[in-house]
Design a protein around this ligand. Sequence first.
Ligand SMILES: Nc1ncnc2c1ncn2[C@@H]1O[C@H](COP(=O)(O)OP(=O)(O)OP(=O)(O)O)[C@@H](O)[C@H]1O
Length: 290
Amino acid sequence: MTRDGHEVAVRVRGLRKAFGAKTVLDGIDLEVRRGEFFALLGPSGTGKTTLLRLLAGLERPDAGTVLTAPRVTTVYQEPRLVVARRVLANVTLGLPRPTRGSSRGSSRDRGVRALAEVGLGGRERAWPATLSGGEAQRVALARALVRDPQVLLLDEPFAALDALTRLQAQDLVAELCARHRPAVVLVTHDVDEAVRLADRVAVLDGGAFVVDRAIELPRPRGASSAASDPAALEHRRELLARLGVSPPSGQAVVPSDQVAPPSDQVAPPSDRDDPPSDRADLPADRGVIA
Ligand SMILES: Nc1ncnc2c1ncn2[C@@H]1O[C@H](COP(=O)(O)OP(=O)(O)OP(=O)(O)O)[C@@H](O)[C@H]1O
């Protein structure tokens, strides 16, 4: 899916967003490369989902620029399946029909492959109502995967799952992201999840990133090793402190440009054969990295 994993797929500069008199985001800078997993923490109501919606092209910035690679797909907390369509139809919903020259049924084949990748091979004809919560969320992941996203936005995708299913879903997402190497932006309230999955974790508060940390733990990061590794525990302690869960550590904030040096490489233009359905109506001032 990517050649070198160094292409910038998300580039945000000086982003400001207000709702009425309330400024939610104020001067956000962010760069995420293909193959990079960026996690965003922050107290409730600080604008995490708003930032994701801006990246998805569902909101307009009041100031600044938001650029992304063309294929952006979002997975939400709830799977958002169409109950009247079978699992495979949910996965391929909205994909373009095969064009002349492409093999007949290629969307179907891709959907079948995506379902196999998330461990649901053989469940193509199942109805959404017959799936467990974890299975339904895996269908949502397959639906994202089949669109070959350059940017994958994850809005608390594990929050509604029970603890064990959540750990399994985290492992699956880590494996899929390592294989397909989209730029990932995960919004979560779970500090352990952020430390376990991400290459970088930021805390959003007061409209700005108050922490932006590289997480340089070896992969794969099993649930138990990530919970006991001293470096992981230190990240956890600092992030919890920044979220007000324990006394502040007093550590200095590292600006994001020291964590991820600016790149002069950007993603190449895409043939856009799979426009994701959730960003069909991009605002005119919303840019695509080309
Ligand atoms: N369309 C909108 N109109 C008016 N206010 C909005 C709108 N969307 C979001 N807000 C406000 O912007 C602020 C940030 O909301 P947002 O959902 O981005 O926060 P969040 O950090 O994702 O919160 P949570 O962690 O609780 O999900 C909130 O005060 C919210 O009420």
